[in-house]
Design a binder for this molecule. Structure first.
Ligand code: BEZ
Length: 247
């Protein structure tokens, strides 16, 4: 989609310069999230420095003023408070310019009464999108795919969701990913299929007869469930946000 609002000199590129762009690569789970500085709708940011000590849900979307993206922005704003309670910041990105993002955010407020408050990066020259593998190699244009990177306070990528343009993301799943990762870290457990807080978690196989006796719900040596009350998770995870970010 043409960016009708790209009126500023924000570092855009000429068509014949596209081939000079660095090749993109998709960082993997366990990798350090690539560092960057960027202009956002809330001002300049430096990643990861501005987000030290916090989890980050960093998502890309293909285009401003498009229907799926609009529905997603409203939905992302809807989970912002829950994410903040989990010491998690939300950061959006698209290849559109700041004027385009601001005009779209204003239009969203007018049609839905929802004010988008999370920062949205203007990645006009696609440097950041390329460093995160957010440009689909098979796409006909240079729009970003619907990628989500969940990044922990150490700046390590812990989960990646990767959706095509026609498929809007599920906010409950994004929140579930964050709480599951934080639960796994806080309690040294794993979470089974379809887990949500309050359901049993999984622990490693016991290695002594005593541990077998004490083991919770052992279906077999390789599948041991353990109760983890939601209240215990809440006490550890939903604490007052003590992060240092200004955004
Ligand atoms: C959308 O957000 O609706 C959209 C964006 C890019 C391609 C197709 C759909």
């Amino acid at each position: 989609m043409d960016d009708l609002f790209d009126l500023c000199d924000c570092g855009g590129f000429e068509d014949d310069a596209v081939s000079d762009l660095p090749a993109q690569s998709l960082p993997l789970i366990g990798d350090s999230a690539p560092a960057f500085s960027a202009m956002t709708t809330n001002g300049p940011i430096h990643f990861p420095g501005d987000f030290a000590g916090q989890w980050v849900v960093f998502f890309a979307h293909p285009s401003d003023f498009t229907p799926v993206c609009t529905s997603e922005f409203i939905a992302f704003q809807g989970i912002l408070d829950d994410l903040h309670k989990m010491n998690t910041r939300l950061l959006g990105l698209s290849v559109g310019s700041i004027p385009s993002h601001l005009a779209w955010i204003r239009a969203i407020r007018e049609i839905s009464d929802v004010q988008i408050t999370f920062p949205v990066i203007a990645d006009v020259n696609m440097d950041i999108a390329r460093s995160y593998g957010m440009i689909s190699p098979s796409a006909s244009d240079t729009s970003a795919v619907r990628a989500v990177f969940v990044i922990d306070p150490n700046g390590t990528i812990r989960a990646i969701l990767y959706y095509p343009a026609v498929l809007g993301r599920n906010m409950d799943e994004i929140k579930r990913v964050v709480v599951a990762l934080q639960t796994a870290d806080a309690f040294t457990v794993a979470t089974p299929a379809d887990w949500v807080p309050g359901r049993d978690v999984l622990v490693g196989a016991p290695s002594t007869t005593d541990a077998v006796r004490r083991a919770g719900n052992m279906a077999d040596w390789f599948l041991t469930y353990k109760k983890l009350p939601e209240s215990e998770i809440n006490a550890k995870i939903y604490k007052k946000n003590t992060g240092r970010t200004k955004k």
